[in-house]
Design a protein around this ligand. Sequence first.
Ligand SMILES: Cc1cc2nc3c(=O)[nH]c(=O)nc-3n(C[C@H](O)[C@H](O)[C@H](O)COP(=O)(O)OP(=O)(O)OC[C@H]3O[C@@H](n4cnc5c(N)ncnc54)[C@H](O)[C@@H]3O)c2cc1C
Length: 457
Amino acid sequence: MNNLLKGSLVVGGVAAAGALWRAARPASLRRYEPWERAPYANFPNKVLIVGGGFAGYAAAKRLCGLTKGRDDIGVMVVNRENFMTFWPMATGIISSDMDMKNIAQPLRRNLIRFGASFRWAELECVDLGRRFVVAGGQEIPYDHLVLALGAQPAYFGIPGVEEHSISMSSIADAERIRNRVIQRYEEVTLDPVRASNSKLTFVVIGGGATGVGAASKIWSLVHRTLEPDFPNIDPQRVRIILIDSNKEILRELDPTLRRAARLQFAERRVEVLNEVRAREVTADRVILGDGREIETENVVWTAGGRASVKLEDLGLPYDERKGLTVDACMRVEGHDNVWGIGDCAANVDENGNPVPPNAQAAVQEGEAVAENILASIDGGKRLSPLRYRPVGHLVDVGKGFAVNEVMGVKFSGTLASLVWRGTYLFGLESPQSRTRGAIDWFLDVFSHSTVTEVPDR
Ligand SMILES: Cc1cc2nc3c(=O)[nH]c(=O)nc-3n(C[C@H](O)[C@H](O)[C@H](O)COP(=O)(O)OP(=O)(O)OC[C@H]3O[C@@H](n4cnc5c(N)ncnc54)[C@H](O)[C@@H]3O)c2cc1C
C-alpha cells in the first residue's frame, strides 16, 4: 500500500470517527430556556447578568446548574463581545505561544448548553425603577440584575500614556503589541545603520503579573522568533525595560519567588527599574519621575486598573477605583435585587477584608452570587456572605519558567511552568481550545513559531 493510500485511510478514519462521535452525542443538553420562548420574558424570575467574563460566566453556569429542570427561572448573559477573554493566557498572543482563538472562549455555545440565554450587546443604561436594562437598543427586563462589567486601564492623568502606549485590555491589544514589535523589526532591517535604537527599545510600565508576562513574551518574540529571521539586526541593540514604582516586581508574591523571577530577567538582559514612576510618555521617549529619559517608540502600559467606567451612568453607588459599593453578600447598597461581582465591584469577604481583583476571586464571587440569588428567589433561606478562599498565584516568566505559590507551597522553574500551563489549559472552557492550546505548546518545544502580520483590510 503506498503512503498516499495509507494517509488517506488514516485521515478518512479520523474524520468518520469524528462524525460518528458528533452524531452520537446526546441532543438533550439544552434544558428548558424560558428567555427563548414566546411571549418573550413572560416568566417570574428573570436573572440578567451583564458581563460574560470570569465572574458573569461563573454566575450563569452555577445558577443553571442549581436550577436544572426548573422553568420558573431564566438566566440571560449580555456581553459586548460574543466571547469571554481568558486573561491569564492572553500575553501568550504577543509571542504567538497561544493563538487568539484559544483565548477568546465562545460564550453562546457554552451558555446555551448550560441552559442560559445569551445576547451579544453592549449595556447602555439601566432603569432601576422599572427594572429593565437597555442593551443593543433593546429593553431587557429583569427581576435580578447582576453587574459583572470588569475593569479597564487607569492612566492616573500621566501625560501621554493613553496616546502613546498600548494597554493590555483586549485580545486586540495583545495583537497590536505583537504587530508593533514585528513592524519595528521590519523598519530597522531596511536601514539598520541609520535606524534609531528607540525602535528596538521596548518599555513595559507596571511590574505586576501582567507586566512581567508582557515583558517576558516580548523577549520570546524578539529573541526566539524574530532574531533568526532578521540576520542584519544586532540582538545586542534590543532593550526590554520593565518599570515599576514598587520596591520589587511581583509584590504579591513571596520574596524568594520575586528574586527567582528577577534573576531570570537579569539572565535574559531584561532591565528592571524599581521605585520609579513614568512622569510622561511621548512619541519617542518615557520621562521618569527622577528625570531620566528612555528613548523608545514602544511602550506597553499595565500599571493601573479601575472599575468599568460604565458604572458612572448607572445611578448606583460606586467608588471609581474599587467599583460598586456592595455588602458582604454582594448586593449593591440600597438595592435588594442588584448584585455586583468581579472587578467592577468592591467585594469584601465574610470578615470584611477586601477581595483582590483576580480571576479566581471573580469565579468564586460568581458562584456565590448564584447561590444567594437562588436563596433570595426561593425565600426562607438566609443569604451567605462571600467566603473567599485564595488558591495561590501562578506567574509565567516565559522561556519555560514560572513562579508559583499554591496553597502555601512555593516553587519555580520548569515544573512550575508545567503546572502553570496545565492549570490554565484545563481552565479553558472550550475542549477545542484546550486541545489546540496543548498542541501549540507541544509544537513550540520542537520548533519556534513564525509570525506574520495580516493587515486588517
Ligand atoms: C492581561 C491580563 C492578565 C491577567 N492575568 C491574570 C492571571 O494570570 N491570574 C488571575 O487570577 N487574574 C488575571 N487577570 C485578572 C483577571 O482576568 C480579572 O480579575 C478577571 O477577568 C475579572 O473578571 P470579571 O468578570 O470581573 O471581568 P472580565 O473577565 O474582564 O469580564 C468583564 C466582561 O464584561 C463585558 N463588558 C464590559 N462592559 C460591558 C458593557 N457595557 N456591556 C456589555 N458587556 C460589557 C466585557 O466585554 C467582559 O466580557 C489578568 C487581567 C489582565 C487584563
